[in-house]
Design a protein around this ligand. Structure first.
Ligand code: SF4
Length: 274
């Protein structure tokens, strides 16, 4: 019997690479262990992403900065902020970022996809994922698709981040198949600084990322099989303690994380009030 394909998103694979134990808590253990409270930075990211998604649902003549306060207000996620003052400061910053960002968008330009699910199969993976935006551009050899990922974190990003992102490469791999056009360019659009970090993949570098994703999937399947055969789940999905633990949703239930100093749900956005 052929092995079943491993159904996954880039974030599922990324969770295992970051920490196998976190992967187990998120995707294997049922019921899911209790998570910590929601994070303000996730709320902020989700609000900005949805506002940008809805921007593209407006007809081109209504895509002007005056539309942004309504878009942002209607998608604003309130969870995780310390208090209303910090939440308001984050809202004002987010609005600033969006105003600067859309000033550089051509309202007439329609992306190939916005929050678009792309999917592809390999001999190991049934891959799917939701790309923030897939642009239609004209490259040197004709029409191409470009993967755009919005970022709202504090620190800026560079070309190495775009090059190294497995998620972006997997989106590009899948987008080529879905849209039947080349897709090699991946871009991280960092809204707080208004910068774009880009990388041009080759067919080889995309294939390399797919191979790595397949290897990760094989490691996950091996761990799951071992547990099904009676192995100790804690050994098959080991902890990977480190700087991520303070931000981990499962810090309280994890033996490695419970000793790590907790971050407040609003820590990553506190600077916005300054
Ligand atoms: S607290 Fe740290 S070691 Fe534990 S699951 Fe989370 S990231 Fe992994």
């Amino acid at each position: 019997m052929p092995e079943r394909l491993f159904v996954c998103t880039p974030s599922k694979l990324g969770a295992f690479l970051d920490c196998p134990r976190r992967y187990r808590y998120s995707y294997v253990d049922r019921p899911t262990p209790p998570k910590g409270p929601p994070w303000a930075h996730n709320s902020l990211g989700a609000s900005v992403h949805t506002a940008l998604k809805n921007w593209f649902t407006l007809p081109p003549e209504r895509r002007e900065p005056g539309a942004l306060p309504t878009l942002l207000k209607s998608t604003w996620v309130r969870e995780g902020y310390r208090d209303v003052e910090l939440e308001r400061a984050a809202y004002r910053k987010a609005l600033d970022w969006l105003e600067t960002y859309v000033a550089n968008l051509d309202p007439e330009e329609e992306p190939l996809g916005v929050e678009r699910v792309v999917a592809a199969k390999t001999s190991v993976l049934a891959l799917n994922g939701r790309a923030d935006r897939i642009d239609a551009r004209t490259g040197e050899s004709g029409p191409e698709a470009v993967i755009v990922d919005y970022k709202t974190g504090r620190s800026g990003l560079d070309a190495d981040d775009a090059r190294g992102s497995q998620a972006l490469a997997l989106y590009a791999y899948a987008a080529q198949r879905v849209f039947r056009r080349p897709c090699h360019r991946v871009e991280l659009h960092h809204l707080p600084t208004g910068t774009v970090a880009a990388h041009e993949h080759t067919d080889e570098s995309l294939a390399r990322q797919v191979r790595r994703a397949e290897e990760t999937a094989q490691d996950i399947m091996a761990a799951e099989k071992a547990v099904a055969a009676g192995a100790d789940p804690d050994e098959s999905f080991p902890v990977n303690p480190g700087s991520l633990c303070g931000w981990c949703d499962f810090r309280k239930v994890c033996p490695a994380g419970s000793g790590v100093a907790a971050k407040e749900p609003w820590t990553a956005v506190e600077h916005l009030a300054g």
